[in-house]
Design a protein around this ligand. Structure first.
Ligand SMILES: Nc1nc2c(c(=O)[nH]1)N[C@H]1C(S)=C(S)[C@@H](COP(=O)(O)O)O[C@H]1N2
Ligand SMILES: [Mo]
Length: 451
């Protein structure tokens, strides 16, 4: 039986450099412009919350909290992270991580929508065109790098401990420089496209209404794709395959993906039943259980090599050093000092946080007073844990954090002594600070100006 030759087979180009190679009818300026405008807003928020998160880590207290070389140049904006409002880091990091994860489908769809341009030949038509394409490589590479390192860090428990910060931080600057260049070049066109398309649609609807009233058209002729005439019209396939979904439908699909990621992530910012909905969020490798210590645990005592022998009443002593020398305190002696309470959350850089917990312990500024500092003139402090290996066994706090009356060396949480996993015999808790500064199993505190 003779078959009629397919009209496409012959003409289908095999090279991705040819526009006709790309056949999805979804590609076009509208789809790309909508996604671009969403990313413009979203990535700007990611950049700002990211820089703030970095400031909250106190990288200026070198070389303890962060060892990124050249952070002095890129960190020109750094400032003493405030202690108010006490949920500041919880909000900042919740937005940074949740929004970053939610934007993944938008980013992927945006890259997909412009992928034909990646293959366009010649590679450069002019110097300006060459520069633009290089900036696009930095943009795409930077976006993939920032999203990948971010997700790996959140999901895989600090895959690059120590090196994650410099990677993500340098990457953010490179990426954002390319992003700003791209936005300056492209946003005007995206906005014109969206505005033009809306006006065009309104006009057409009016015209169609009028036509229907005057002479009901039988079988309207199909219109050419108007998007070809817009900026970025070369994205429209010259040989589109049959549509399986409308452009709006495709956008809805992307939005649905984002909503799904959001819905399975956002719960990690809350205690109780919402946390169980955070299917995609890692749980730090341990179940918090119930009772006073029943809130999220990042690293367990066992996993950090903390033993019952070294935290016992007999063995453990807090060593506090300052201007007037060194003081050693047992847990019983710490309990003789004035004890204060504060309701504060744990908010991890990974993007999970707890509600406020009731902490009770000795004010950091009262400990500073034991070694020769007026409470109002307390300096920075270096806090070191019993932990011998691994990240986060020591952290530095700034004077403004030490002086805040809610900053405690906590002995109890929610009315009971700390559990081993939450830092027994004593841990730091500071308002508005990232969890990483709330050192557990504290052994030594050294007061003095650090940098
Ligand atoms: N000694 C020590 N303290 C530590 C850590 C650690 O690994 N070792 N992890 C920190 C991090 S990253 C966080 S988010 C909080 C978590 O406290 P939690 O386990 O009580 O919720 O503890 C901080 N204190
Ligand atoms: Mo953390």
């Amino acid at each position: 039986m003779a078959r009629s030759p397919s009209p496409f087979k012959r003409s289908l180009p095999s090279s991705p450099a040819s526009p006709a190679f790309w056949r999805s009818p979804v590609r076009g300026p509208w789809f790309t412009s909508v996604l671009g405008v969403v990313l413009l807003v979203g990535i700007t928020v990611l950049f700002v919350t990211g820089l703030l998160s970095y400031a909250a880590y106190n990288p200026g207290l070198s070389p303890v909290n962060d060892k990124t070389p050249d952070k002095g140049v890129l960190g020109f904006y750094l400032f003493s992270w405030p202690t108010d409002p006490h949920w500041l880091y919880r909000l900042n990091q919740g937005v940074h991580v949740t929004l970053g994860i939610t934007l993944i489908p938008v980013l992927l769809a945006k890259l997909w929508s412009v992928v034909p341009k990646l293959f366009a030949l010649p590679p450069a038509r002019s110097l300006a065109h060459a520069l633009e394409r290089i900036s696009l490589l930095l943009l795409v590479g930077g976006a993939l790098f920032e999203f990948t390192t971010g997700v790996l860090n959140v999901q895989l428990d600090y895959l690059f401990p120590g090196s994650f910060y410099p990677l993500h931080f340098y990457g953010a600057w490179v990426f954002f420089a390319a992003f700003v260049t791209h936005a300056v070049l492209r946003v005007p066109a995206a906005v014109r496209n969206l505005r033009g398309l809306r006006e065009e649609r309104e006009e057409r609807e009016e015209r169609e209404e009028r036509e229907e009233r005057e002479e009901p058209a039988a079988g309207k002729p199909s219109r050419p794709d108007l998007q070809q005439d817009l900026e970025g019209g070369e994205l429209v396939s010259p040989a589109p395959a049959g549509a399986t979904v409308s452009r709006r439908g495709a956008l809805g699909f992307v939005g649905g993906g984002s909503l799904l990621l959001f819905g399975t992530t956002v719960g990690q910012n809350f205690d109780g039943p919402p946390r169980a909905t955070a299917l995609l969020a890692p749980h730090g490798g341990s179940e918090p259980g119930s009772g006073p210590g029943g809130f999220q645990i990042n690293k367990t005592a066992a996993s950090r090599g903390i033993t019952a022998a070294e935290t016992s009443e007999e063995a453990w002593r807090l060593v506090v050093t300052g201007r007037t020398g060194t003081v050693r305190l047992s847990r019983a002696e710490l309990r003789q000092l004035p004890l204060h309470s504060a309701a504060l959350p744990i908010a991890c850089v990974e993007g999970w946080s707890t509600s406020d917990q009731w902490w009770r312990g000795v004010r950091l500024r009262d400990l500073a007073a034991l070694v020769g500092y007026e409470a109002e003139a307390a300096p920075d402090v270096l806090v070191e844990s019993l932990q011998r290996h691994g990240a986060f066994r020591r952290a530095a706090l700034r004077a403004n954090q030490v002086r805040d009356p809610r900053s405690l060396l906590a002995l109890d949480v929610n009315g009971e002594p700390l559990t081993p996993d939450h830092g027994h015999p004593a841990r730091i808790i500071v308002p508005a600070a990232p969890g990483v500064l709330n050192t557990k199993w504290v052994a030594r505190m050294t007061f003095g100006d650090l940098g």
